[in-house]
Design a protein around this ligand. Structure first.
Ligand SMILES: Cc1ncc(COP(=O)(O)O)c(C=O)c1O
Length: 379
């Protein structure tokens, strides 16, 4: 069976203006205190992840009756927010995550930005937040990265991580959808996830807590889902596990996903499967890209219910050859072991996981032809 494009894939396939045509849509306010080139170079030597930020941020505001206004690129810095701001009480917020990559010729590109824009709006709809036009989303990335060009590192695995987000800023304690929202994009240089080749992760299969349930908001990228995942993650970390695999809340038998990554199973017969999108799972852009890459290789792929007990049996019998997680941050991560209350299985990382990592990163870095037209030039 081949991958059937989702609504998000189709929405993402729309034509887009070039970056040059979007310049200036967010007006630029220069910062009086940008870092020196030496300070930026120092930061890029070992950026880690998510703790250092660039000089600027994109910002726009939505007000009832006005829509999205005040689109600016302004100095990165603290926000002024009333303590009654709705997001602080009812969690009405959504976010996205994508990366800007520097190619060998110095040009800067991002990967499937319209997919993230379409998913942002899917999350917005679920959280009763007004949608943001796809062009405004891409324009915010273009104008921010052009202001912060110096912060885009080069080298395999390095990138400028872009974090767009929207939250309810209206100061009001009534429980209803807010009438004012802020959209921001902040940028954080990030280094290679794997510095010495793949490091397989050890995963705890969680049967007590769920991150999402039927009719909930599991397929929206909203903070509440991550908040729900933190306690099981703390408990699992304390027991020496790297990540938690969540099961579907309705039956506690099928695999949903990890707290921040989708999951793939490579069978010994060469076919590949991943849990079907059931409303609880975030529709990952990496997941969609991997399914399309495998299709183009002629690999048999399927999206289906995957029972965790059958997965464990398959690993034991050798029917399952490889298991990996995927997402924007690490691209793909081999899962080296699965442990639950009454089982532990180990699984070696293998060639399919490696080849998907190699092919996706080669596309992102411009080392091979972009046959799916996934890259978008920012600078
Ligand atoms: C819960 C969850 N699942 C899956 C993913 C993978 O999504 P993507 O491939 O778009 O980064 C993420 C990361 O964004 C996530 O937070």
């Amino acid at each position: 069976m081949s991958y059937e494009l989702t609504h998000l894939d189709k929405e993402a396939a729309q034509p887009l203006k070039s970056a040059d045509e979007l310049v200036g849509d967010f007006s630029f306010t220069s910062s009086a205190s940008v870092r020196s080139d030496e300070q930026v170079a120092q930061m890029l030597k070992n950026p880690g992840f998510g703790s250092e930020f660039s000089d600027y941020m994109a910002h726009a505001t939505w007000r009832a009756g006005e829509g999205w206004t005040d689109k600016v690129i302004e100095p990165y810095g603290a926000l002024s927010l009333e303590p009654a701001a709705a997001v602080l009480h009812y969690g009405q917020e959504i976010f996205e995550g994508l990366k800007a990559y520097r190619h060998d010729d110095g040009s800067i590109w991002t990967f499937r930005p319209t997919y993230n824009a379409a998913r942002l709006n899917k999350s917005n709809r679920r959280m009763a937040i007004p949608e943001l036009p796809i062009e405004d989303f891409v324009s915010s990335l273009v104008n921010l990265v052009r202001a912060d060009e110096r912060y885009v590192p080069s080298g395999e695995g390095s990138s400028l991580y872009l974090r767009p987000f929207i939250f309810a800023s209206e100061p009001f304690l009534g429980v209803r959808a807010a009438r004012q929202y802020e959209y921001l994009v902040i940028a954080s240089p990030s280094g290679p996830y794997f510095t010495n080749g793949f490091q397989p992760i050890n995963v705890w299969v969680e049967t007590e807590y769920h991150r999402a349930g039927p009719g909930g908001m599991g397929d929206a990228k909203t903070g509440g889902n991550y908040a729900a995942s933190l306690l099981p993650k703390v408990v699992a970390h304390d027991q020496g596990f790297d990540e938690v695999m969540f099961l579907d809340a309705a039956t506690n038998t099928n695999i949903d996903e990890l707290g921040g990554m989708n999951v793939f199973v490579v069978m010994a017969d060469g076919s590949v499967k991943t849990p079907q999108l059931n409303g609880n799972i975030l529709p990952g852009g990496t997941r969609s890209s991997i399914l399309q890459l495998l299709d183009s290789r002629g690999v048999r792929t399927s999206e289906e219910l995957i029972r965790y007990d059958e997965l464990i049996d398959g690993i034991r019998t050798g029917d399952v050859a490889e298991l990996f997680a995927c997402g924007t941050a690490a691209v793909v991560t081999p899962i080296g072991s699965l442990t639950g209350a009454d089982f532990k299985v180990e699984i070696p990382s293998g060639p399919v996981t490696q080849s998907i990592y190699d092919e996706l990163t080669a596309i992102q870095l411009g080392h091979v032809e972009d046959k799916f037209n996934w890259l978008y030039r920012l600078v």
